[in-house]
Design a protein around this ligand. Structure first.
Ligand code: 4AD
Ligand code: MG
Length: 461
């Protein structure tokens, strides 16, 4: 039994040979004595043309096949006269496995992405989504390949956690308590000791704190797993469930962190461009005109670098009117990030050394006492795709920062231990996997790069 992909890649070898293919009818048209089926077998972005004629005993039945019917075809690979393909299959036998119901929603016309989201279970069968989700798979592999080739240890961090890494309080509670009859303490609060874990637990927002502990054992580690944020931001770039890649590197400062991030981004873009030729051609033609120019520009140039303070100056001096006024101390808004990466640097840019007030407690405090060794990578069209930092390695400073953030030392004892038993300079970052897919494919809504997206008021499928 053969796969369509093999026939495309090794056409010469299969010419005049008999093959057996199985898959789904994508298109069909027939005349009195012959007809054509475009068969999609899932192995390749393109389908293959099957030619059938009245020599087949079930010709009439085949002619009436509905779109998406499943069939098994035996036939000969022959050179094709048709434009756009080198070969086709002259059918000798077509077995119909199931005739699809006639109300199949994906008839051959253009559908809006909004509509396709309502049939997320069927949309991977379309050209666009078949390309997106194959790229998603290849990109995941490229990321593992990059880190494994560089000696990083893949670390699985827990999904259910008792700590809040980002300290932003945007967590999904995990509980087995009966919400209609919650046990209360004498003070009238929820008695979390009666809960499954005997304490309050949540879905993780980041594997970083656990990752740091393994960094102190293996030097260089990375995580790659799902993370969850109960942010009420209904935007095209936020999902409640998304995947994050979080490397953590020992004896490395922010500079080393940025070098790693830049090398990784370039490696995975190149890998996908090489391995997903057909899909990337499709995106370049139909989803983002100029995608190849954009990506080649990324590969061939150094990323921009600017401190937060310099970035504020650039924004103030740009003379541009922003909806959200710019002044030192603000958290950069999407419009500011876009201006910096799209109009000013015209390429991905690292913004570093943010005010400590707008960043997480674990980031290393700079000598100025006001800023921290943070770095965000802003990409044109997307905004922040990476957030990272050098970590605070001084236990006194860290304890102070935790107290400021209202975190109890009891919950983070394991984290403080790293600063007691061989503290070391270390850095890391989180890459938002979906945002990276959006950047590489040109897809503009995060809902269209996640098989079954989870966003506010939407947990279908
Ligand atoms: O900047 P963030 O919050 O950083 C962290 O979580 C750190 N603990 C990472 C680290 O240093 N190890 O998130 C990292 C990245 C963002 O840059 C963004 O790409 C993505 O995760 N991200 C989201 N992606 C989709 N939907 C959301 N709601 C996201 N929130 C963050
Ligand atoms: Mg961030």
């Amino acid at each position: 039994k053969q796969l369509v992909k093999t026939l495309y890649r090794e056409t010469e070898k299969y010419l005049d040979q008999e093959v057996e293919l199985s898959g789904w009818v994508r298109k069909i048209r027939s005349q009195k004595n012959f007809g054509f089926i475009e068969l999609n077998d899932g192995s390749f972005f393109k389908g293959v043309q099957i030619v059938f004629d009245t020599n087949l005993p079930n010709f009439d039945e085949i002619s009436r096949l509905s779109i998406s019917s499943s069939i098994i075809v035996k036939g000969i690979v022959v050179k094709s006269q048709g434009a756009g393909q080198n070969f086709e299959i002259q059918a000798k036998e077509i077995e119909i496995f199931q005739k699809a119901d006639l109300d199949y929603p994906l008839q051959n016309k253009r559908h809006s992405f909004e509509f396709l989201r309502t049939i997320a279970h069927l949309r991977p069968r379309t050209n666009t989504f078949s390309a997106v989700f194959r790229v998603r798979s290849v990109l995941a592999y490229a990321i593992h390949k990059f880190f494994q080739e560089n000696g990083f240890v893949y670390t699985h961090t827990p999904i259910i956690t008792g700590s809040d890494c980002e300290g932003a309080g945007e967590m999904f509670r995990v509980t087995t308590l009966d919400l209609n009859d919650v046990p209360k303490t004498e003070e009238g609060k929820v008695d979390v000791t009666k809960d499954f874990f005997g304490k309050e637990t949540n879905l993780t927002v980041s594997g970083q704190l656990n990752g740091e502990t393994y960094c102190s054992a293996f030097r260089n580690i990375y995580t790659f797993g799902p993370t969850f944020r109960a942010e009420q931001s209904n935007t095209s770039r936020h999902a409640a469930e998304f995947w994050m890649i979080e490397p953590e590197i020992a004896f490395a400062d922010l500079e080393g962190n940025m070098e790693l991030a830049e090398a990784m981004v370039k490696y995975i873009i190149k890998y996908v461009m090489d391995e997903c030729l057909e899909e990337m051609e499709f995106f370049n033609q139909f989803i983002e005109k100029g995608l190849f120019d954009k990506l080649n520009n990324v590969l061939n140039n150094d990323f921009g670098r600017v401190t937060y303070t310099e970035a504020i100056d650039i924004l103030v001096n740009s003379g541009k009117k922003f909806d959200y006024p710019v002044e030192w101390g603000i958290d950069l808004q999407s419009e500011h990030e876009r201006f910096l990466s799209e109009e000013y640097f015209k390429r991905p840019v690292f913004v570093t050394d943010y005010p400590k007030e707008i960043k997480a407690f674990y980031m290393k405090l700079n000598k100025d006492g006001k800023t921290v060794r943070a770095m965000d990578l802003l990409a044109p069209g997307i905004g922040e795709i990476i957030g990272g930092s050098q970590r605070e390695d001084n236990i006194d400073v860290l304890e102070e920062r935790m107290a400021e953030a209202g975190l109890s030392a009891d919950d983070y004892g394991f984290y403080l231990d790293l600063r007691r038993f061989g503290s070391f300079p270390h850095s890391g970052y989180g890459l938002g996997f979906e945002r990276m897919i959006m950047y590489v494919t040109g897809i503009t809504n995060i809902r269209d790069v996640i098989p079954f997206p989870r966003t506010p008021n939407n947990a279908e499928f």
